[in-house]
Design a protein around this ligand. Structure first.
Ligand SMILES: Nc1ncnc2c1ncn2[C@@H]1O[C@H](COP(=O)(O)OP(=O)(O)OP(=O)(O)O)[C@@H](O)[C@H]1O
Length: 268
């Protein structure tokens, strides 16, 4: 299936509906040994949207994210990001793509031996030749952006609360002013107030920075409050992609029990 039609600005492609596609996956197949996790999976992420990615535990949400990031090999399929097919990208093009995305891994994945400021500066060191003075200024700016005080800069991850670790990890994901951010369960482990505050932060950043957000989540509140669209992973592929209303209207057994089950109804 390809709804992709003509190239648009920035090398992105425009689907039949006219929305620029920032990331597209076609026919993606990933397996480990004899176990197939994803098979012939298709997905589009539109520019400027918050896409929530859901699915039962172990269905392959993290595997798909890692495959898109090039950390897990795929057996088949094509992934295009910012209009560039990842397989045919030269090392220089690949480098350019990586500079334009930021990643918040599950559990934050900050380096424990580095301070928050040093963590934020890891991508800056890897991809830019900025001076230390400039990197310090930028790190403080990123801290402010995610709502952390300046004195968090010199703390180590073990000295931070769970919510602060998430924010520091987000600051690192934003280090290079990305166009696209990948968030793997950003609100897991946060209390409902902390989770809501984090959702608000993501919504605000999308609004002010024009970010596109790819967010793996189990959090029904996030799905309802900040996601423009939701993609459901199951049976090794994207079962359904659409708005929350589309999810609520679906008769697929898993989608129905997730969005209209007892737990979902309790939040109303
Ligand atoms: N490197 C690997 N080697 C072998 N199997 C793997 C590897 N990485 C993931 N898997 C398997 O792939 C499947 C999907 O894992 P994944 O972590 O993507 O699930 P998930 O949908 O993100 O689950 P959860 O919601 O619980 O985080 C699991 O069965 C997992 O054991």
């Amino acid at each position: 299936m390809s709804e992709l039609q003509q190239p648009a600005r920035d090398g992105q492609t425009v689907p039949a509906g006219g929305r620029p596609v920032l990331l597209s996956a076609r026919g993606v197949t990933v397996g480990f040994g004899s176990k197939l996790i994803l098979e012939n999976l298709d997905l589009d992420v539109y520019r400027g949207e918050v896409l929530g990615f859901v699915g039962g535990s172990g269905t392959g949400k993290s595997v798909l994210m890692r495959t898109i990031l090039g950390l897990t090999p795929r057996r088949a399929g094509q992934i295009t990001v910012f209009g560039q097919d990842l397989d045919s990208a030269t090392p220089e093009q690949r480098n350019q793509i990586e500079r334009r995305w930021g990643v918040l891994f599950q559990q934050g994945a900050l380096f424990s031996s580095l301070t928050v400021k040093q963590n934020i500066q890891v991508p800056m060191r890897e991809y830019t030749g900025l001076s230390q003075v400039l990197m310090d200024e930028l790190a403080w700016l990123k801290l402010e952006l995610v709502g952390l005080p300046r004195d968090a800069a010199d703390k180590y991850p073990s000295e931070l609360s769970g919510g602060m670790v998430k924010r520091a990890s987000l600051a690192r994901a934003l280090a290079l002013d990305p166009d696209l951010v990948f968030l793997d369960e950003p609100t897991s482990g946060l209390d409902p107030i902390g989770a809501a505050a984090f959702d608000n932060l993501i919504a605000k950043l999308r609004e002010t920075l024009g970010l596109t957000v790819y967010m793996v989540t189990h959090d029904l509140d996030s799905l309802h409050s900040i996601c423009d669209r939701i993609a459901v992973l199951g049976e090794r592929r994207v079962l359904l992609a659409g708005t929350i209303e589309d999810m609520m209207a679906s008769d697929h057994a898993w989608v129905k029990s997730y969005f209209r089950g007892e737990r979902a109804l309790r939040r109303v």
